[in-house]
Design a protein around this ligand. Structure first.
Ligand SMILES: [Cu+2]
Length: 166
């Protein structure tokens, strides 16, 4: 019964690979800096030669003191800023912000259409499946390196607003 055990072992190997891939699929990766839990940092894969990218993540403050994200750095973008979107006369515009408040007990989302890490002047397009390291700087929790998982842009989402800058 060599054939059967051969098949069975391959099925088992395939199942384990699938399991490993599902564990690995980014949705679970999180970091902790002091009282701040950083959930699932990610960015969308670049479209063509668009020179900028945007990073998104969740911030949960498990402490009893307010904190704030006050900066971002990276080794792969020439300029790294904290940004938000504002509605200016019906147009969504991006603006740099000095800080993103993370009040005690709160969960704050950096997400498409809202606050984001603005990564300008990429050294190379962001490719699906890659990880890119950025350093987050918190007022109280200090600095922490996190990996942005580069993901495919979801259909219909994001309205692609990060190509041009005002
Ligand atoms: Cu921006």
């Amino acid at each position: 019964m060599k054939t059967i055990s051969f098949v069975a072992s391959h099925v088992a190997a395939a199942a384990m690979l699938l399991f490993a891939l599902s564990l690995n699929h980014g949705h679970a990766h999180e970091y902790k800096a002091g009282n701040i839990v950083i959930g699932h940092p990610y960015a969308f894969a670049s479209i063509g030669q668009v020179p900028n990218g945007a990073g998104f993540l969740s911030l949960k403050n498990e402490g009893s003191e307010d904190d704030a994200l006050i900066g971002v750095r990276s080794g792969f973008a020439a300029r790294n800023e904290l940004h938000t979107h504002i509605n200016e006369n019906g147009r969504m515009m991006m603006r740099p912000v000095e800080r993103v408040e993370v009040p005690a007990g709160a969960i704050v989302l950096l997400e498409p259409g809202g606050h984001h890490l603005m990564l300008m002047g990429l050294d190379a397009p962001l490719k699906e499946g890659e990880r890119r390291t950025v350093t987050l700087v918190f007022e109280k929790a200090g600095e922490i390196d996190v990996e942005l998982a580069i993901e495919a842009r979801k259909a219909g989402g994001g309205h692609g607003g990060h190509g041009s800058h005002n």
